[in-house]
Every structure is written in structure tokens, then in C-alpha cells.
Write a protein that binds this ligand. Structure first.
Ligand SMILES: Nc1ncnc2c1ncn2[C@@H]1O[C@H](COP(=O)(O)OP(=O)(O)OP(=O)(O)O)[C@@H](O)[C@H]1O
Length: 545
């Protein structure tokens, strides 16, 4: 479990977050001991005369070393410590060994409603945001939360999250979830693999379930729509929504091309809360069939920069205008100023949240750029796959469907390592089966076009080989992001040569800022390499200039 959490849990934020590192450290220690209960629900009820947990009333098997109170599990210990932190007492007066430096020590405002979310003071909010590199723009942005339990989520949803292993929110979730639950429209950017999907699904599920529970709406009409650029991503988002929404009044329908439309329509008409789909198929349903979206309260765009690019933009806008001013939840690891502009036209009071430096690859991915002439690329790839540097399972990204087919065949024949290709010309049945066999480890190498480049949570993949550079650095950032999820280390090998010269300045900038080695051939003078401020594109040279 500890492995899931990157170093951001090691922060010290006065008395509130003081508890997080303690929790983190002790959690790892306890994991070695099977007897220590992690969650309150794993603990039995207290028998007569036995100590009771001060938080949940179950058997108080342990004593909290900070407060000497009886507790049943690590979960309740954390709740207890949060409660203590939220009291008026300056925590500086107790637990002195674990206190941060005095300049980080401050008081926490008492919450009037003790059952409600613990509130951070303005100073704490600022400190937390600085520590976690949470940048926000907009009015009335709520403070980030330190625990999911502070979000007033339905109990069942919290349980589902716990079962899925979501014990603590990631930085993007800390900030985006409370803002989305407040009903605010958001444009969010955060690293690949940082938990963005849950940060829009959790508020969607919570709002939908509460709405239905209170009978505020016609149960046959959907309440939320989320669009994704690829079918695979739609399938993945729906799977995650189902896991998190299990047991709640929350049903989903998947509306993507390639699968029979009649079944999808039937599902929508049966009454669902959330439709997840690709724009083309949803428009098909809207224009040819009788589906009503007038109750839709939330409109989500995953990979928003891609969804608002030429190609998808018109379709997305067509769907958006069919809705009645929904709350917008828009997410990506890469967001340009153009996207910001369009987003603020779509919702005037939009809040922007960005975690860390925008448009940069995840720091957890080590990049290795290799200069390889086009004719030598195949041989170089075979050499890597046969060497100790190959880390199975791996994704190889190429620029064309035919290229994917030919290369996967060549890998299998030459290296005897089983490789399969995946791209948009294959049927949905084939695509599903290929992904399944790759994810369960039957196939160690998948050769893909951009369809697996964005958003896919390819758990287990620690290596990406960019055989053909994609046509933008943004896509490169997404592709190499498949090598790391939630801060786990991965590596990306990228082949580059003269044919990629348009992207070389930006690539060099990205490599430099990640501390990667720059191949000699990418030298400054030859490719006009200059250090660019983050997110800026090189200016086009003027004719005659
Ligand atoms: N709070 C959490 N605790 C533990 N695991 C989490 C948490 N939030 C998300 N995850 C897991 O982290 C992984 C990465 O999350 P996710 O796919 O949402 O990343 P992402 O930010 O959308 O990435 P990308 O930009 O590549 O789409 C997933 O396997 C997800 O289940």
C-alpha cells in the first residue's frame, strides 16, 4: 500500500499535516504485521468490558501513542489525530519530537460543526498549496482537503474508495474534489498518472447519488456526461466509475463507436446517471435517437486539450450547446493558453487548478533520448528488447497503423518476444482482447498508435519506447506518462532524428528540465535550440527576416 504513495505525503504543515507523515511512516511499519487492523471495518465489535475505539466504538485493540486514547485501527488513529489537530490547542505544546520547525507551526481554526470538514486557516491553505505546488486561479476557491473524509461524501462511496486502495487524496484530488463538490467549473492540469480521473469521478458520483437519493430529478434522464477522445479511455473511465459507484444510486452507460448502437441506446433509455462516451457516437445518439440531456448538471471533458482541438472541437461544442449550462469539469496533463481561453468562454466563472509545472512530463519517468537514423530504428529496437534494458511489459509508440502491424510482426519474428499491434483500424472486439492480454501479462510488448497515448492507466507498464516521435510535444508528454502511475518510477526511450527537427527545440527543453542527457546530435546551433519558458512554443522564423 505504501508504494502507492509518492513522497508528497512527507510534507509538514504545522499541526494538520503533521499527522500525515506520522501516518505514512507507521502505516508502512504496520503493514509488515498482519494483525494490525488498517481499516475500522476490519475490526470486530467491542465485547462487554473491553476498551472501545474513541472514534467508531469498535474494539479498541490499540492505544494511540500520541494521545493515549483507545483506537481500533490505523484509519481511526488518523481520524483521531486529525480531530486533535483541529482543536484549538496549539499542537506545538505536545508531541514535540515530531514537530516541524517553529516557523511552520501554527494554530488551526476550530470548526463549528465538528462532524463537518476540518477547516484550514488561510495561512495553512497557502502553505499546503505551496508545498504541494497547487496553483489556483479564480474566485472563492475552497481550501484543499487533507482527507477524503473531509468531503462529506456518501458513506458507500468512501467505502468503495477504500476498497479501491484510495486511502489518501493525491494533490490534484485534494484541491479539485472540494471545488467540484462546491459546484464550481474547473479546468485542471496535473501530471500524467496523478489521479485526475478519480478527482472528477468522485464529485460526479457523489452529486449524482445525492440528487437521486433526494428524488430531485427524473430517474430516466442522465445527470452527467463525460467525453473522452478514445474508446479505450471511455471504457477505462466507465470501469473506474462502476467500481467507485457500486451500491449507490449511480448507473453508467458507455457510448462509444465500434460497439452496437442499439444496446447503448437501450442502456441509456433504461435510466442512467452518467454517460461516458466519445463525441461522435454521442452525437449519433442525439441526432438519430430520442435521448434527453436536459437534466445534465455536469459535463466532463477528459484530455480537454485534445477534445478542444480541431477534429473534436465542433462535436464537443455541439454537445455542450445541447446542455443547459452545466458545471464543467475539464482535465488534462497538458493545457495551452488557447484551451484556457476556450474554457473561460464556456464558463465565465471557471477556476483553474494546476499542480506543479504545467505541460511537463511526470518527474517519475526517466527519459533517454537516442539519436537513431530512420533506417536503423528497427535494429535499435530489437537490440533494446534483447538487452537487459528491456522492461516487460512495454509499449512501443509508432506513427501509423501499418507501421504498428509491420513492427509488431517484425519484433515477434526477430526477437521471439510476443508483440501485438493496436490501432483504430482494428475492431473493438480485437482491441479489447489485445488490451486484456497485454494487461494480464500474456503479451509483453504492444505496438500502438496514439490510441493508447492518452489517459490509459496501463498498470504494470514501466517502459515506453517512442519509436516514432508523435507530432507534438504534448502527445510525447502523454505517451511517456504511460510508464509511471502515481509516482512510481518508469523509463521512456525516445528515438529521434533529423525527421523530428520541428520538435527538437521543445524536446531538448523538456529533456533539460527533466535532467536527462541531451544527445550530441541535438546540439544548439543546428536546431535553433533555445531554452523556452515552460509551455511556450518556438516562434516561427519570418520569411525575409
Ligand atoms: N488517492 C488515490 N490513492 C491510491 N490510488 C489512486 C488514488 N487516486 C488515483 N489512484 C490510482 O492511480 C492511478 C493513476 O490515476 P489516473 O489514471 O486517474 O491518472 P491521471 O492523472 O488521469 O493520468 P493521465 O494523465 O495519464 O490520464 C490509477 O491506477 C488510479 O486508480
Amino acid at each position: 500500500m505504501t508504494l502507492l504513495f509518492p513522497s508528497f505525503f512527507g510534507l509538514h504543515l504545522g499541526n494538520v499535516s503533521l499527522n500525515l507523515p506520522i501516518y505514512h511512516i507507521e502505516f508502512s511499519t504496520y503493514c509488515a504485521d498482519d494483525d494490525v487492523k488498517v481499516n475500522s471495518k476490519d475490526q470486530r465489535d467491542a465485547l462487554v468490558g473491553e476498551p472501545k475505539c474513541v472514534i467508531c466504538g469498535r474494539y479498541g485493540e490499540y492505544v494511540c501513542d500520541e494521545t493515549d486514547d483507545d483506537i481500533c485501527s490505523l484509519e481511526c488513529k488518523q481520524a483521531l489525530l486529525l480531530r486533535v489537530a483541529n482543536s484549538l490547542l496549539p499542537v506545538c505544546s505536545s508531541s514535540t519530537q515530531r514537530l516541524p520547525a517553529t516557523d511552520e507551526c501554527f494554530y488551526v481554526r476550530d470548526s463549528v460543526d465538528r462532524s463537518g470538514p476540518p477547516s484550514l486557516t488561510c495561512d495553512q491553505t497557502e502553505l499546503l498549496r505551496n508545498k504541494l505546488e497547487i496553483n489556483v486561479k479564480g474566485d472563492a476557491v475552497p481550501a484543499p482537503v487533507l482527507a477524503f473524509s473531509s468531503c462529506r461524501l456518501p458513506e458507500k462511496l468512501l467505502q468503495n474508495m477504500e476498497t479501491a486502495g484510495y486511502v489518501m487524496p493525491t494533490p490534484v484530488q485534494m484541491q479539485a474534489i472540494p471545488a467540484a463538490l462546491d459546484g464550481q467549473s474547473l479546468l485542471v492540469s496535473a501530471d500524467t498518472g496523478s489521479g485526475k480521473t478519480a478527482s472528477f469521478l468522485i464529485p460526479i458520483i457523489s452529486l449524482c447519488a445525492k440528487f437521486r437519493q433526494n428524488n430531485f430529478s427524473n430517474p430516466r434522464k442522465p445527470l452527467a456526461v463525460v467525453l473522452t477522445p478514445t474508446r479505450e479511455l471511455g471504457i477505462q473511465v466507465e470501469d473506474q466509475a462502476k467500481v467507485l459507484g457500486k451500491g449507490l444510486p449511480f448507473k453508467t452507460a458507455l457510448v462509444v463507436g465500434g460497439d452496437p448502437i442499439a444496446r447503448q441506446l437501450y442502456r441509456v433509455q433504461q435510466g442512467v446517471e452518467l454517460i461516458i462516451g466519445t463525441p461522435g457516437r454521442l452525437i449519433d445518439l442525439l441526432t438519430k435517437q430520442d435521448i434527453e440531456l436536459d437534466d445534465v448538471k455536469i459535463f466532463g471533458l477528459d484530455e480537454v486539450d485534445c477534445m478542444l482541438q480541431r477534429g473534436f472541437r465542433d462535436q464537443v461544442m455541439q454537445i455542450f450547446t445541447a446542455l443547459s449550462q452545466p458545471q464543467l469539469l475539464m482535465y488534462s496533463a497538458t493545457i495551452s493558453q488557447d484551451v484556457e481561453k476556450i474554457a473561460s468562454c464556456m464558463a465565465s466563472d471557471i477556476i483553474t487548478v494546476s499542480i506543479g509545472k504545467p505541460n511537463r512530463p511526470s518527474k517519475a519517468v526517466k527519459q533517454l533520448a537516442i539519436w537513431v537514423e530512420s533506417k536503423q530504428k528497427k535494429q535499435k529496437l530489437f537490440d533494446i528488447l534483447r538487452s537487459k534494458h528491456f522492461m516487460s511489459p512495454a509499449v512501443v509508440y509508432v506513427g501509423s497503423r501499418t507501421g504498428a502491424d509491420l513492427l509488431s510482426d517484425a519484433i515477434t519474428t526477430t526477437t521471439r518476444i510476443k508483440a501485438v499491434s493496436i490501432h483504430g483500424a482494428k475492431s473493438m472486439k480485437e482491441r479489447r482482447e489485445i488490451l486484456r492480454s497485454f494487461l494480464v501479462g500474456e503479451v509483453p510488448v504492444v505496438v500502438s498508435t496514439g490510441i493508447l497515448g492518452r489517459g490509459m492507466d496501463l498498470l504494470g507498464v514501466r517502459q515506453v519506447i517512442v519509436f516514432d516521435m508523435p507530432n507534438s510535444i504534448k502527445e510525447y508528454v502523454h505517451q511517456i506518462g504511460r510508464a509511471s502511475r502515481l509516482g512510481e518510477e518508469g523509463n521512456a526511450i525516445v528515438f529521434v532524428n533529423e525527421e523530428d527537427k520541428k520538435l527538437i527545440p521543445e524536446l531538448v527543453d523538456i529533456l533539460k528540465s527533466s535532467g536527462a542527457v541531451i544527445p550530441r546530435e541535438l546540439g544548439n546551433s543546428r536546431y535553433n535550440v533555445v531554452s523556452l519558458p515552460s509551455g511556450k512554443h518556438p516562434k516561427k522564423r519570418k520569411y525575409g527576416g
